[in-house]
Design a protein. Sequence first.
Length: 545
Amino acid sequence: MADTVEEEQLISESEDEQLIYENNAIESPEHSEKDPILETIGDFGLYQLYVCVVGFFFTIPHCWVSLSLKFVGMRTNFTCVDSVVFNVSDPLRYNDYCGEHCQNFQFDETQFRGTIVERWNLVCDKGGLDSIAQSVFFAGCLIGVFAAGVLADVFGRKPVLVGLISIFSVSGVLGGLTDSFYVWLALRFILGATTIGMNTVRYIIQIEMLGSGYRSWGSLFGALGWTAGYILLPVLAYAAPDMQQLEVFMGLTATPFLLLYWLYPESPKWLLSKGRAKEAEDIVEKICYWNDKKFKGLKVSVSPTKIRDKPESVGLMSLGGFPNIRRNLACMAFTWFSVGMTYFGIALHTPEFGSNVYMVFFLGGLLEIPTNIAGPWFLNHCGRKYTMMASFFTTAVCLFVSGVIPVGLFYKEWVTVTLIMVGKVGVGFCFESCYIWTSELFPTVIRNSSISVCSSFARLGAIIAPLIVEIDKDNPMAPILVYGFVAMAAGFNTYFLHPETKNCDNLPNSLDEGEAFADKRTNSKQALINNSFNSVNITPLQKIN
């Protein structure tokens, strides 16, 4: 609900003052403290809850395909069956024994079958090709999240979202059916591009409809969806050990979301940034009906004298004259890179040390729950910056300590595995902080593009993570130490991000607002008020109930 004091200020304005606002697009500080769309629909209501619940279910298949290579690409025991040349009777560990005449293999299907290693004999001279699969997938994520963000800023969030869902489903199903490894890699690239792209676009629609105090709690639904997918994935792999069938199933899980074409809103903020006020007003009216709030209209006026960035021409290439935004973008990009490398490196490449692979992965999912529950509280009470810095440093310390514990000191290295899992909890906090803080730091006209660029850097980190593992195969803890150093560097990098946005209700819309907002020399909230609505102004003319 709108703040009572602000409502009284609005209703007490004279008709002459209203005329000034309409003709000259000038807003009083008191009037501009809150986003007028949120002031109309409320910070959180039934409609926003619906959008968040969709985000929960939406994130589950995204998690499945992102982490599925742990099982789809599992290296199992195998036997060389070219018995004319070799007399091999017992299964051998991966790459323990290979000969130039060994071309046919029999794989141990006790736990898994239909993995990419088994389907295309990725052992011996083909060993290591399975590691490429993760890099290809996240390369797709890198390209896809950026392309989807740009397309969503140009063509709208909703049409891009529905298109990506369709491509995701088709590529996922075909990946489980193809007989060609290189076709499978191409489909995996497309799958990576679509899954992160559609999830990012969906998230932007959500974040632009929530008040400041609810954004972190709203993102909790998506985080819980990721955790649910994380926990369910080993259960699915155990229940259906044929990995080809698992791939087909994961692709089909996206098809119900095609209904979002009729059941999901376009972002009113994006529509207003494109000058499509009537469409935005229709959506806001519908949201007000869901939220049981009276709708009395939005008045949109464009400043005739102070338009520095026109919505139809603004993009990341327009940042030449905005050094504060550029600083934030560069620092946040490195932050995402560090999170992507560390999180996916730990999730997909933590050594099991002889433990049950299903159980270790399942416990890793369970440890996401503390992040989900405590994350919003820390973000809202301690702030985005301090939460992120503390999380990075916690991760770094845990990974450093785990890397120096001698092997064989504890049963199945349980202390080492525990420290790595705690470090993963820390970087999980960073992931949640990244999404929230990035969506708040950048103005509406480049918000989706900025998140897409930063998320692309996270995928770049995920691409490099498996390559680090291949550097020293004889020392499984070497990559863990590298991830620790990256997390430490990211913790120091966080210092240069500005401002803290935990109590900011009115996010910047134009580049001018974003530049003032990010200036370390000024109070960002007051700077945003003084520069608000330079390009597009929304003036409620009556009291909003």
